[in-house]
Design a protein around this ligand. Structure first.
Ligand code: PMT
Length: 405
Protein backbone atom coordinates (compact mmCIF):
# COMPACT_ATOMS: atom_id res chain seq x y z
CA UNK A 1 0.00 0.00 0.00
CA UNK A 2 1.18 3.50 -0.80
CA UNK A 3 0.85 5.33 2.52
CA UNK A 4 1.71 8.64 0.83
CA UNK A 5 -1.00 8.61 -1.83
CA UNK A 6 -3.17 11.72 -1.50
CA UNK A 7 -1.38 12.84 1.68
CA UNK A 8 -0.46 16.50 2.23
CA UNK A 9 3.19 16.94 3.08
CA UNK A 10 4.49 20.25 4.34
CA UNK A 11 8.21 20.50 3.62
CA UNK A 12 10.31 23.19 5.26
CA UNK A 13 13.71 23.87 3.68
CA UNK A 14 16.28 25.88 5.63
CA UNK A 15 19.60 27.36 4.54
CA UNK A 16 22.16 24.59 4.21
CA UNK A 17 23.94 23.05 1.25
CA UNK A 18 21.87 19.89 1.75
CA UNK A 19 18.91 21.93 0.44
CA UNK A 20 19.78 20.60 -3.02
CA UNK A 21 18.91 17.09 -1.78
CA UNK A 22 15.46 18.33 -0.75
CA UNK A 23 14.64 18.80 -4.44
CA UNK A 24 15.05 15.04 -4.80
CA UNK A 25 12.85 14.51 -1.73
CA UNK A 26 10.10 16.63 -3.35
CA UNK A 27 10.43 14.55 -6.52
CA UNK A 28 10.16 11.28 -4.58
CA UNK A 29 7.10 12.52 -2.68
CA UNK A 30 5.37 13.59 -5.90
CA UNK A 31 6.20 10.21 -7.45
CA UNK A 32 4.39 8.63 -4.50
CA UNK A 33 1.35 10.80 -5.31
CA UNK A 34 1.58 13.08 -2.27
CA UNK A 35 0.68 16.78 -2.39
CA UNK A 36 3.73 18.82 -1.40
CA UNK A 37 3.75 22.37 -0.06
CA UNK A 38 7.24 23.79 0.22
CA UNK A 39 8.16 26.56 2.64
CA UNK A 40 11.63 28.08 2.19
CA UNK A 41 13.56 30.33 4.53
CA UNK A 42 15.45 33.35 3.19
CA UNK A 43 18.76 31.47 3.51
CA UNK A 44 17.41 28.35 1.77
CA UNK A 45 16.81 30.54 -1.29
CA UNK A 46 20.54 31.21 -1.47
CA UNK A 47 21.17 27.49 -2.11
CA UNK A 48 18.24 26.56 -4.36
CA UNK A 49 15.56 28.64 -6.05
CA UNK A 50 11.86 28.69 -5.21
CA UNK A 51 11.23 28.08 -8.90
CA UNK A 52 12.97 24.69 -8.66
CA UNK A 53 10.77 23.65 -5.73
CA UNK A 54 7.64 25.10 -7.34
CA UNK A 55 8.28 23.22 -10.57
CA UNK A 56 8.97 19.95 -8.78
CA UNK A 57 6.10 20.24 -6.27
CA UNK A 58 3.61 21.70 -8.75
CA UNK A 59 2.59 24.11 -5.99
CA UNK A 60 3.52 27.71 -5.16
CA UNK A 61 6.39 27.96 -2.70
CA UNK A 62 5.84 30.03 0.42
CA UNK A 63 8.76 32.28 1.18
CA UNK A 64 7.52 34.86 3.64
CA UNK A 65 4.98 35.35 6.42
CA UNK A 66 3.68 38.35 4.52
CA UNK A 67 3.49 36.57 1.21
CA UNK A 68 0.52 38.15 -0.51
CA UNK A 69 0.45 35.58 -3.29
CA UNK A 70 -1.88 33.24 -1.42
CA UNK A 71 -5.09 35.20 -1.01
CA UNK A 72 -6.86 36.02 2.24
CA UNK A 73 -6.15 32.66 3.88
CA UNK A 74 -4.03 32.75 7.06
CA UNK A 75 -1.45 30.35 5.69
CA UNK A 76 0.51 29.91 8.90
CA UNK A 77 -2.66 28.41 10.41
CA UNK A 78 -4.20 26.54 7.45
CA UNK A 79 -0.99 24.94 6.12
CA UNK A 80 0.00 23.18 9.36
CA UNK A 81 -3.64 22.33 10.12
CA UNK A 82 -4.10 20.58 6.80
CA UNK A 83 -0.75 18.78 6.68
CA UNK A 84 -0.65 15.02 7.23
CA UNK A 85 3.09 15.26 7.86
CA UNK A 86 5.42 18.18 8.45
CA UNK A 87 9.07 17.64 7.53
CA UNK A 88 11.98 20.06 7.85
CA UNK A 89 14.91 18.96 5.67
CA UNK A 90 17.56 20.18 5.93
CA UNK A 91 17.17 21.63 9.40
CA UNK A 92 20.03 23.96 10.30
CA UNK A 93 21.37 24.48 13.82
CA UNK A 94 19.68 27.88 13.67
CA UNK A 95 16.23 26.42 12.90
CA UNK A 96 16.63 23.74 15.56
CA UNK A 97 17.68 26.37 18.11
CA UNK A 98 14.74 28.61 17.26
CA UNK A 99 12.19 25.79 17.52
CA UNK A 100 13.67 24.54 20.79
CA UNK A 101 13.38 28.10 22.19
CA UNK A 102 9.94 28.92 20.81
CA UNK A 103 11.14 31.65 18.47
CA UNK A 104 8.91 32.46 15.50
CA UNK A 105 10.66 35.12 13.42
CA UNK A 106 9.94 33.88 9.90
CA UNK A 107 7.25 31.88 8.15
CA UNK A 108 8.79 28.43 8.72
CA UNK A 109 9.47 28.91 12.43
CA UNK A 110 5.98 30.41 12.80
CA UNK A 111 4.19 27.43 11.26
CA UNK A 112 6.45 25.07 13.22
CA UNK A 113 5.09 26.61 16.43
CA UNK A 114 1.53 26.52 15.11
CA UNK A 115 1.86 22.79 14.35
CA UNK A 116 0.41 20.60 17.08
CA UNK A 117 1.84 17.19 16.08
CA UNK A 118 5.38 15.81 15.86
CA UNK A 119 7.58 17.37 13.17
CA UNK A 120 10.09 15.19 11.31
CA UNK A 121 13.38 17.06 11.47
CA UNK A 122 16.43 16.14 9.39
CA UNK A 123 19.44 18.08 10.73
CA UNK A 124 22.35 18.92 8.43
CA UNK A 125 25.41 20.89 9.49
CA UNK A 126 29.14 20.84 10.08
CA UNK A 127 30.27 18.06 12.44
CA UNK A 128 31.53 20.49 15.10
CA UNK A 129 28.25 22.38 15.03
CA UNK A 130 26.35 19.09 15.28
CA UNK A 131 28.44 17.92 18.23
CA UNK A 132 28.18 21.29 19.97
CA UNK A 133 26.57 20.73 23.38
CA UNK A 134 24.10 23.56 22.77
CA UNK A 135 22.88 22.00 19.52
CA UNK A 136 22.70 18.58 21.17
CA UNK A 137 20.71 20.08 24.03
CA UNK A 138 18.32 21.69 21.54
CA UNK A 139 17.91 18.40 19.67
CA UNK A 140 17.16 16.65 22.97
CA UNK A 141 14.61 19.34 23.81
CA UNK A 142 12.85 18.75 20.48
CA UNK A 143 12.88 14.98 21.07
CA UNK A 144 11.48 15.51 24.58
CA UNK A 145 8.64 17.52 23.05
CA UNK A 146 7.86 14.55 20.79
CA UNK A 147 9.45 15.70 17.56
CA UNK A 148 11.14 13.05 15.40
CA UNK A 149 14.80 13.58 14.62
CA UNK A 150 16.04 11.90 11.45
CA UNK A 151 19.65 11.47 12.50
CA UNK A 152 22.25 12.81 10.08
CA UNK A 153 24.65 10.35 8.52
CA UNK A 154 28.42 10.30 8.93
CA UNK A 155 30.81 10.89 6.08
CA UNK A 156 32.42 13.57 3.98
CA UNK A 157 30.73 16.95 4.60
CA UNK A 158 30.44 19.79 2.08
CA UNK A 159 32.48 22.01 4.44
CA UNK A 160 35.45 19.68 3.94
CA UNK A 161 35.27 17.94 7.31
CA UNK A 162 34.51 14.25 7.90
CA UNK A 163 32.01 13.22 10.55
CA UNK A 164 28.36 13.21 11.54
CA UNK A 165 26.26 16.01 10.10
CA UNK A 166 25.37 14.98 6.55
CA UNK A 167 21.62 15.10 5.95
CA UNK A 168 20.10 11.64 5.63
CA UNK A 169 19.53 10.55 2.02
CA UNK A 170 16.17 11.60 0.51
CA UNK A 171 15.07 7.96 0.04
CA UNK A 172 15.63 7.28 3.76
CA UNK A 173 13.75 10.47 4.72
CA UNK A 174 10.91 9.30 2.47
CA UNK A 175 10.93 5.96 4.27
CA UNK A 176 10.65 7.77 7.63
CA UNK A 177 7.66 9.79 6.35
CA UNK A 178 6.04 6.52 5.28
CA UNK A 179 6.65 5.09 8.77
CA UNK A 180 5.01 8.16 10.25
CA UNK A 181 1.92 7.84 8.07
CA UNK A 182 1.46 4.05 8.12
CA UNK A 183 -1.39 2.56 10.19
CA UNK A 184 -0.13 1.06 13.44
CA UNK A 185 -2.29 -2.08 13.46
CA UNK A 186 0.67 -4.29 14.49
CA UNK A 187 1.72 -2.21 17.48
CA UNK A 188 2.55 -4.24 20.58
CA UNK A 189 3.25 -7.31 18.43
CA UNK A 190 6.66 -8.96 18.13
CA UNK A 191 7.47 -10.59 14.79
CA UNK A 192 10.40 -12.59 13.46
CA UNK A 193 11.05 -12.69 9.73
CA UNK A 194 13.69 -14.87 8.10
CA UNK A 195 15.03 -13.68 4.77
CA UNK A 196 17.60 -14.36 2.10
CA UNK A 197 19.60 -17.46 1.32
CA UNK A 198 21.81 -19.51 3.59
CA UNK A 199 25.35 -20.51 2.69
CA UNK A 200 26.56 -23.95 3.62
CA UNK A 201 30.31 -23.89 3.36
CA UNK A 202 32.34 -26.70 1.79
CA UNK A 203 35.57 -24.87 2.56
CA UNK A 204 36.28 -21.19 3.37
CA UNK A 205 35.78 -20.08 -0.25
CA UNK A 206 33.12 -22.45 -1.58
CA UNK A 207 29.56 -23.00 -0.48
CA UNK A 208 26.14 -24.38 -1.42
CA UNK A 209 23.47 -21.68 -1.71
CA UNK A 210 20.55 -20.39 -3.81
CA UNK A 211 19.59 -17.17 -5.65
CA UNK A 212 17.46 -15.58 -2.89
CA UNK A 213 18.28 -11.88 -2.47
CA UNK A 214 16.22 -11.23 0.65
CA UNK A 215 13.87 -8.78 -1.13
CA UNK A 216 10.67 -10.57 -0.10
CA UNK A 217 11.70 -11.00 3.54
CA UNK A 218 13.05 -7.47 3.87
CA UNK A 219 9.80 -6.07 2.41
CA UNK A 220 7.79 -8.00 5.01
CA UNK A 221 10.06 -6.81 7.82
CA UNK A 222 9.86 -3.18 6.64
CA UNK A 223 6.06 -3.24 6.40
CA UNK A 224 5.68 -4.94 9.78
CA UNK A 225 7.88 -2.26 11.37
CA UNK A 226 6.05 0.56 9.57
CA UNK A 227 2.78 -0.84 10.90
CA UNK A 228 4.06 -0.79 14.45
CA UNK A 229 5.46 -4.29 15.09
CA UNK A 230 8.69 -4.96 16.92
CA UNK A 231 10.61 -6.82 14.24
CA UNK A 232 13.62 -9.10 14.35
CA UNK A 233 14.86 -9.78 10.82
CA UNK A 234 17.11 -12.82 10.70
CA UNK A 235 18.85 -12.56 7.38
CA UNK A 236 21.17 -14.74 5.39
CA UNK A 237 23.76 -12.95 3.22
CA UNK A 238 22.03 -10.04 1.46
CA UNK A 239 23.16 -6.70 0.06
CA UNK A 240 19.88 -4.91 0.85
CA UNK A 241 20.08 -1.96 3.21
CA UNK A 242 18.37 -2.86 6.51
CA UNK A 243 14.91 -1.29 6.86
CA UNK A 244 14.54 1.46 9.45
CA UNK A 245 13.23 0.34 12.82
CA UNK A 246 14.06 -3.33 12.34
CA UNK A 247 16.50 -5.32 14.48
CA UNK A 248 18.74 -7.02 11.93
CA UNK A 249 20.52 -10.25 12.84
CA UNK A 250 22.92 -11.41 10.16
CA UNK A 251 23.62 -15.11 9.74
CA UNK A 252 25.30 -17.30 7.17
CA UNK A 253 24.20 -20.91 7.59
CA UNK A 254 20.91 -22.68 8.36
CA UNK A 255 22.29 -23.75 11.73
CA UNK A 256 23.10 -20.15 12.64
CA UNK A 257 19.63 -19.08 11.48
CA UNK A 258 18.14 -21.75 13.76
CA UNK A 259 20.25 -20.62 16.71
CA UNK A 260 19.37 -16.92 16.29
CA UNK A 261 15.69 -17.77 15.82
CA UNK A 262 15.65 -19.72 19.08
CA UNK A 263 17.44 -16.91 20.89
CA UNK A 264 14.84 -14.37 19.75
CA UNK A 265 11.69 -16.48 20.07
CA UNK A 266 10.46 -15.19 23.45
CA UNK A 267 7.23 -13.12 23.17
CA UNK A 268 7.06 -13.67 19.41
CA UNK A 269 3.51 -13.59 18.04
CA UNK A 270 4.26 -13.82 14.32
CA UNK A 271 6.93 -15.87 12.56
CA UNK A 272 7.32 -15.49 8.80
CA UNK A 273 9.77 -17.78 7.03
CA UNK A 274 10.59 -16.05 3.75
CA UNK A 275 14.16 -17.34 3.74
CA UNK A 276 15.31 -19.93 1.26
CA UNK A 277 17.07 -22.16 3.76
CA UNK A 278 19.38 -24.90 2.50
CA UNK A 279 17.96 -28.31 3.38
CA UNK A 280 21.39 -29.94 3.38
CA UNK A 281 24.94 -28.94 4.27
CA UNK A 282 28.31 -30.60 3.72
CA UNK A 283 28.87 -33.09 6.52
CA UNK A 284 32.50 -32.15 7.02
CA UNK A 285 33.36 -28.62 5.86
CA UNK A 286 37.14 -28.20 5.73
CA UNK A 287 38.93 -25.32 7.34
CA UNK A 288 41.43 -24.60 4.53
CA UNK A 289 40.83 -24.08 0.82
CA UNK A 290 40.59 -27.46 -0.89
CA UNK A 291 43.28 -28.19 -3.47
CA UNK A 292 42.50 -29.65 -6.86
CA UNK A 293 44.28 -32.99 -7.09
CA UNK A 294 45.40 -33.64 -10.68
CA UNK A 295 44.40 -37.29 -10.82
CA UNK A 296 40.95 -36.85 -9.26
CA UNK A 297 38.13 -36.70 -11.79
CA UNK A 298 35.32 -36.66 -9.21
CA UNK A 299 34.68 -35.15 -5.85
CA UNK A 300 32.08 -36.71 -3.60
CA UNK A 301 30.46 -34.56 -0.97
CA UNK A 302 28.40 -36.09 1.78
CA UNK A 303 25.52 -33.86 2.77
CA UNK A 304 23.56 -33.98 6.01
CA UNK A 305 20.20 -32.43 6.81
CA UNK A 306 20.01 -28.92 8.27
CA UNK A 307 17.50 -28.15 11.03
CA UNK A 308 14.01 -27.29 9.78
CA UNK A 309 13.71 -23.91 11.43
CA UNK A 310 10.04 -23.20 10.79
CA UNK A 311 8.98 -26.69 11.96
CA UNK A 312 10.85 -26.18 15.23
CA UNK A 313 9.22 -22.75 15.67
CA UNK A 314 5.77 -24.27 15.01
CA UNK A 315 6.32 -26.79 17.81
CA UNK A 316 7.16 -24.03 20.30
CA UNK A 317 4.97 -21.10 19.28
CA UNK A 318 1.52 -22.46 20.02
CA UNK A 319 -0.19 -19.07 20.44
CA UNK A 320 1.46 -17.38 17.49
CA UNK A 321 0.90 -17.33 13.74
CA UNK A 322 3.47 -19.14 11.64
CA UNK A 323 3.61 -18.33 7.95
CA UNK A 324 5.83 -20.20 5.53
CA UNK A 325 6.78 -19.64 1.91
CA UNK A 326 7.05 -22.40 -0.67
CA UNK A 327 8.82 -21.61 -3.92
CA UNK A 328 7.80 -24.35 -6.35
CA UNK A 329 8.56 -25.25 -9.95
CA UNK A 330 5.72 -27.81 -10.28
CA UNK A 331 2.54 -28.96 -8.50
CA UNK A 332 2.43 -25.60 -6.75
CA UNK A 333 -0.71 -25.96 -4.63
CA UNK A 334 -0.20 -29.63 -3.78
CA UNK A 335 3.42 -29.20 -2.73
CA UNK A 336 2.78 -26.00 -0.79
CA UNK A 337 -0.22 -27.49 1.05
CA UNK A 338 1.78 -30.58 1.98
CA UNK A 339 4.61 -28.41 3.33
CA UNK A 340 2.16 -26.34 5.38
CA UNK A 341 0.69 -29.49 6.97
CA UNK A 342 3.99 -31.32 7.47
CA UNK A 343 5.62 -28.32 9.13
CA UNK A 344 2.56 -27.43 11.26
CA UNK A 345 2.09 -23.92 9.79
CA UNK A 346 -0.96 -21.66 9.94
CA UNK A 347 -0.47 -20.33 6.43
CA UNK A 348 1.85 -20.77 3.49
CA UNK A 349 2.48 -18.54 0.49
CA UNK A 350 2.70 -20.70 -2.61
CA UNK A 351 5.30 -18.92 -4.71
CA UNK A 352 5.02 -19.96 -8.36
CA UNK A 353 8.54 -19.92 -9.82
CA UNK A 354 7.16 -20.52 -13.32
CA UNK A 355 5.15 -17.23 -13.28
CA UNK A 356 6.94 -14.31 -14.97
CA UNK A 357 8.36 -11.77 -12.51
CA UNK A 358 7.89 -14.05 -9.49
CA UNK A 359 10.26 -15.71 -7.06
CA UNK A 360 13.99 -15.29 -6.59
CA UNK A 361 15.62 -11.90 -7.15
CA UNK A 362 12.64 -10.20 -8.82
CA UNK A 363 11.19 -6.86 -7.71
CA UNK A 364 7.71 -8.37 -8.02
CA UNK A 365 5.97 -11.52 -6.85
CA UNK A 366 2.70 -13.41 -7.23
CA UNK A 367 1.14 -16.55 -5.79
CA UNK A 368 -1.48 -17.97 -3.45
CA UNK A 369 -1.87 -17.72 0.30
CA UNK A 370 -3.12 -21.04 1.60
CA UNK A 371 -4.72 -21.10 5.04
CA UNK A 372 -4.83 -24.15 7.29
CA UNK A 373 -8.65 -23.90 7.25
CA UNK A 374 -8.55 -24.64 3.50
CA UNK A 375 -9.18 -21.15 2.15
CA UNK A 376 -6.95 -19.91 -0.66
CA UNK A 377 -6.39 -16.32 -1.77
CA UNK A 378 -4.74 -15.40 -5.06
CA UNK A 379 -2.28 -12.50 -5.26
CA UNK A 380 -1.67 -11.03 -8.69
CA UNK A 381 1.79 -9.90 -9.76
CA UNK A 382 2.82 -6.77 -7.83
CA UNK A 383 5.82 -5.28 -6.05
CA UNK A 384 7.15 -7.33 -3.15
CA UNK A 385 6.48 -4.29 -0.92
CA UNK A 386 2.78 -4.19 -1.88
CA UNK A 387 2.47 -7.95 -1.58
CA UNK A 388 4.01 -7.76 1.90
CA UNK A 389 1.32 -5.27 2.94
CA UNK A 390 -1.45 -7.45 1.54
CA UNK A 391 -0.11 -10.56 3.26
CA UNK A 392 0.01 -8.66 6.55
CA UNK A 393 -3.65 -7.69 6.00
CA UNK A 394 -4.42 -11.44 5.94
CA UNK A 395 -2.18 -12.32 8.88
CA UNK A 396 -3.50 -9.80 11.42
CA UNK A 397 -7.09 -11.19 11.61
CA UNK A 398 -5.68 -14.73 11.92
CA UNK A 399 -3.54 -13.65 14.85
CA UNK A 400 -6.50 -11.95 16.52
CA UNK A 401 -8.61 -15.10 16.02
CA UNK A 402 -5.90 -17.25 17.58
CA UNK A 403 -5.36 -14.93 20.52
CA UNK A 404 -9.11 -14.75 21.27
CA UNK A 405 -9.42 -18.54 21.59
O1 PMT B 1 14.71 -13.34 -1.46
P1 PMT B 1 14.05 -13.09 -2.80
O2 PMT B 1 15.06 -12.98 -3.91
O3 PMT B 1 13.10 -11.92 -2.75
O4 PMT B 1 13.17 -14.36 -3.13
C1 PMT B 1 12.06 -14.66 -2.36
C2 PMT B 1 11.86 -16.18 -2.20
C3 PMT B 1 11.53 -16.81 -3.54
C4 PMT B 1 13.10 -16.82 -1.61
C5 PMT B 1 10.68 -16.33 -1.18
O5 PMT B 1 9.55 -15.67 -1.67
C6 PMT B 1 10.33 -17.81 -0.95
O6 PMT B 1 9.53 -18.40 -1.66
N1 PMT B 1 10.94 -18.44 0.10
C7 PMT B 1 10.81 -19.85 0.40
C8 PMT B 1 11.78 -20.65 -0.41
C9 PMT B 1 11.50 -22.15 -0.36
O7 PMT B 1 11.23 -22.75 -1.33
O8 PMT B 1 11.49 -22.66 0.81
P2 PMT B 1 11.26 -24.26 1.10
O9 PMT B 1 10.17 -24.82 0.27
O10 PMT B 1 12.59 -24.92 1.04
O11 PMT B 1 10.78 -24.19 2.59
C10 PMT B 1 9.43 -24.00 3.01
C11 PMT B 1 9.42 -23.18 4.26
O12 PMT B 1 10.25 -23.78 5.27
C12 PMT B 1 9.98 -21.77 4.06
O13 PMT B 1 9.19 -20.90 4.83
C13 PMT B 1 11.41 -21.86 4.59
O14 PMT B 1 11.86 -20.61 5.09
C14 PMT B 1 11.26 -22.89 5.70
N2 PMT B 1 12.48 -23.71 5.94
C15 PMT B 1 12.98 -24.53 4.99
C16 PMT B 1 14.07 -25.32 5.26
C17 PMT B 1 14.68 -25.25 6.53
N3 PMT B 1 15.74 -25.98 6.82
N4 PMT B 1 14.18 -24.43 7.45
C18 PMT B 1 13.10 -23.66 7.19
O15 PMT B 1 12.65 -22.88 8.04
Amino acid sequence: MNYLKGKKILLGITGGIAAYKSCELVRLLIKKEATVNVVMTENAKKFITPLTCQTLSQNPVIESTFDTMHGAEIKHITLPDEADAFVVAPATANFIGKLASGIADDFLSTIALAYTRPILIAPAMNVHMYENKIVQRNIKTLKDYGHIIIEPASGYLACGYEGKGRMEEPARILERIEYFLAPKDFSGIKAIVTAGPTREHIDPVRYISNPSTGKMGYALARKLAMRGARVVLISGPSTIEPPYGVELVRVTSAEEMMKKTEENLDDTAIFIGAAAVADFRPEKPVSQKMKKEKKEKKLTLTLVKTPDIISEVAKKLKDGIIVGFAAETENLMKNATEKMKKKGLDMIFANDLTAAGSGFGTETNSGYLINRDGTVKKFEIQSKEDLADQLLDEIIPELKKKLSR
